[in-house]
Design a protein around this ligand. Structure first.
Ligand code: COA
Length: 260
């Protein structure tokens, strides 16, 4: 697939998607959101792809936010539609993707950029990254899941402080607060992501898909996550990977998973 605002390539079962609008600090305009959605859906369908890594092009930014120039003149209804479309087309899509997604945060990760990273299953940041939800400085609030996912990741008090002050935090603060999983130097950022991706790729992808469904269930209103866990746990017993994983253990050999 070719895109206007993305680069995409697969190597070692890892799809790397690079948001490629460096002159606009990779700001998420409508087309980029559409293309990201298409690339992720295609990646999930591709049986060769076991893990997806999302990063930004250039040294300066992962994503500096939603593209402000596109919504500056929007009405109340257009604002609502912008948020709802973003949730459906990209942010909820990533959270619920059954292929693991890692955000490689290589610089500014602001507003929609941090919301994009927070939708991913794992976040790795370079030590020069700056993260924040500065929307209230524009007279708006985070609209791509930030009010919900930031509180889930760092707790309500810290989330409200970040949102109300619009302050940016460092990668090390983000690590201490649990907003990112790892911090590396900029030159080792992708290496660290690929290390994680390769480890994840060696496990059962069908079991990992079930784990994502079960963990996400805790954050859905009206859904009992324990019941979803029971369902997903049971489903694993019908997979080839379960037979292979348990046989390999009993035969004292390394499992070779088919992902089925
Ligand atoms: N939307 C649209 N364009 C953006 C953007 C955004 N969120 N963030 C950066 N850009 C554009 C700038 O307008 C500029 O374009 P231009 O060269 O055509 O004028 C280009 O990217 C470079 O940004 P610039 O502001 O010149 O870089 P800087 O190093 O001085 O500042 C930031 C970097 C990240 C501090 C600054 O760009 C910024 O505050 N961006 C907006 C962050 C934000 O509020 N995000 C939340 C949006 S809801």
């Amino acid at each position: 697939m070719t895109f206007e605002n993305l680069l995409a390539s697969v190597q070692n079962n890892i799809l790397t998607i690079t948001i490629n609008r460096p002159d606009k600090l990779n700001a998420l305009n409508k087309n980029t959101i559409d293309e990201l959605g298409q690339a992720l859906v295609a990646g999930e369908k591709d049986t060769l792809v076991k893990v997806i890594v999302i990063t930004g092009s250039g040294q300066k930014a992962f994503v500096a936010g939603a593209d402000i120039s596109e919504f500056a003149n929007f009405s109340v209804d257009q604002g609502k539609a912008l948020s709802a479309e973003g949730h459906n087309k990209l942010f909820n899509l990533i959270q619920n993707l059954t292929t693991p997604v890692i955000a490689a945060i290589n610089g500014f990760s602001l507003g929609g950029g941090l919301e994009l990273a927070m939708s991913c299953h794992i976040r790795v940041a370079s030590d020069n990254a700056k993260m924040g939800l500065p929307e209230v400085s524009l007279g708006v609030i985070p609209g791509y899941g930030g009010t919900q996912r930031l509180a889930q990741l760092v707790g309500k008090g810290k989330a409200l402080e970040m949102i109300m002050t619009a302050d940016l935090i460092t990668a090390n603060d983000a690590l201490t607060w649990g907003l990112v999983n790892h911090v590396t130097t900029p030159d080792l950022l992708l290496t660290k992501c690929y290390e994680l991706a390769e480890k994840i790729s060696s496990r059962s992808s069908v079991a990992i898909a079930s784990a994502i469904v079960a963990v996400n269930a805790n954050y859905e209103d009206g859904v009992n996550g324990f019941n979803i866990e029971i369902e997903e746990f049971g489903k694993c017993f019908g997979t080839e990977d379960f037979k292979e994983g348990t046989s390999a253990f009993l035969e004292k050999r390394k499992a070779n998973f088919s992902g089925k």
